[in-house]
Design a protein around this ligand. Structure first.
Ligand code: IFM
Length: 389
């Protein structure tokens, strides 16, 4: 058995649009309504977690987990520009209170991929009012985040800068298709938004504030080392370097991808690829936390804010997660300052246009909304209780 440091956080993660249902007022909902011809499925009622969050959190608390990561939905909180919904803010406040009552540390994401339609209509992150608008929204969010200890400003800014740079298919089944790169201009705006919002959130809440970066454990193919260094900077390190100024950095890792002469390449088709078509690489998490430490420096704590596998074989989920946690334990043993592990995901949720890739520790009947815990939920709860794998 390998033990983790005392106080290590054990939890699972979700994001508003992937579980709540009926987020009628955001850009993803709008896309889903017009993209059916391209095989895009709709979120619809999703898992109705907007109403069932207490039940969801209890699934974790009852089994000994100590944290729950969820996100605020901007389009509910600010349905029209400058018009804030007190009721929506109160809803998320109740979620924070519920987590606390159940003994779960809330880890709150302010922005997880979705935008109000009015923001999208103005050009989203390329609108010259984007940073101010995000700041105004984040200021309102502060009114309910006073006692939260972990805040993520923006989820996977590096992926967001790809999907909003005209490669929205990236979030529809394969994170990094051939030669994918973040749109540099959007990336710069996201960095600017984080850099103004983070100090404000820190000052008004006292929370540890950071953002969560998608780590792809990139590898150079022989002879392409120079290209690899260039791609790794543009797709990851540029965003990780920003975290040097932060209280922590969120690492999100699932798999590894090679870089060839022209750039990043898709995962080759293989029998053991996951339901996302990604290579089965539980070792990616170890590579990711070490790489993050190397870029960000040893003083900024790391929280694994996402890690998991899309599979319909729960034994495979347990095997993958065991191996990934062994990687984390080894990295900690070598001095990498990892403070917690949040599994993606608590529920079989809406995977951005698709329902088939099931990442959850819990299955959900989408007619009755009944939750059906998988053996992996009990297993990871036991790991949490023992603080050891
Ligand atoms: O579902 C997503 C999540 O929203 C962001 N990180 C990757 C997950 C799996 O694709």
């Amino acid at each position: 058995m390998t033990s983790f440091p005392e106080g290590f956080l054990w939890g699972a993660a979700t994001a508003a649009h992937q579980v709540e249902g009926n987020n009628l007022n955001n850009d993803w909902w709008r896309l889903e309504q017009v993209a059916a011809d391209y095989g895009v499925q709709a979120s619809g009622d999703a898992l109705d977690s907007y109403h069932r969050y207490h039940e969801d959190m209890r699934l974790l608390a009852d089994r000994g987990f100590t944290a729950y990561r969820f996100s605020l939905e901007w389009s509910r909180i600010e349905p029209l520009p400058g018009q804030f919904s007190r009721a929506a803010l109160d809803h998320y406040r109740r979620m924070i209170d519920t987590a606390r009552e159940l003994g779960l540390e809330p880890v709150v994401t302010v922005h997880h991929f979705t935008h109000p339609v009015w923001f999208d209509d103005r050009g989203a992150w390329l609108w010259d009012g984007a940073v101010d608008a995000f700041m105004r929204y984040a200021e309102q969010a502060c009114t309910i985040l006073g006692d939260v200890h972990w805040i993520i400003t923006i989820n996977e800014p590096n992926v967001l800068a790809i999907t909003h740079g005209g490669q929205r298919q990236v979030a529809l089944g394969n994170p990094y298709p051939r030669n994918a790169l973040p749109d540099q201009e959007i990336g710069d705006v996201l960095i600017a938004a984080h850099r103004v919002a983070a100090p404000m959130l820190r000052q008004r809440t006292g929370a540890r504030v950071g953002w969560s970066v998608a780590n792809q454990a990139l590898t150079a193919t022989p002879g392409n080392e120079e290209k690899f260094t260039e791609v790794q900077y543009l797709i990851e390190d540029k965003y990780l370097q920003v975290s040097r100024e932060d209280d922590f950095v969120g690492v999100q890792s699932y798999t590894s991808q090679p870089v060839e002469a022209d750039g990043i390449v898709p995962h080759p088709v293989a029998d053991d690829n996951t339901l996302m078509g990604w290579a089965y690489r539980p070792d990616a998490l170890g590579i990711a936390v070490r790489h993050t430490r190397d870029v960000v420096g040893p003083d900024v704590p790391i929280l694994v804010t996402e890690n998991g596998i899309a599979t319909d074989d729960d034994e495979r989920r347990i095997a993958y997660t065991t191996a990934a946690l062994e990687e984390v334990a080894a990295a900690i043993g070598q001095g990498v300052n990892v403070r917690g592990y949040l599994h993606w995901s608590l529920l079989d949720n809406f995977e951005w246009g698709h329902w088939a890739p099931t990442f959850g520790l819990v299955a959900v009947n989408r007619e009755t909304f009944a939750r059906h815990p998988k053996p992996s939920l009990d297993w990871l709860g036991e790991v949490a209780r023992r603080n050891a794998v």
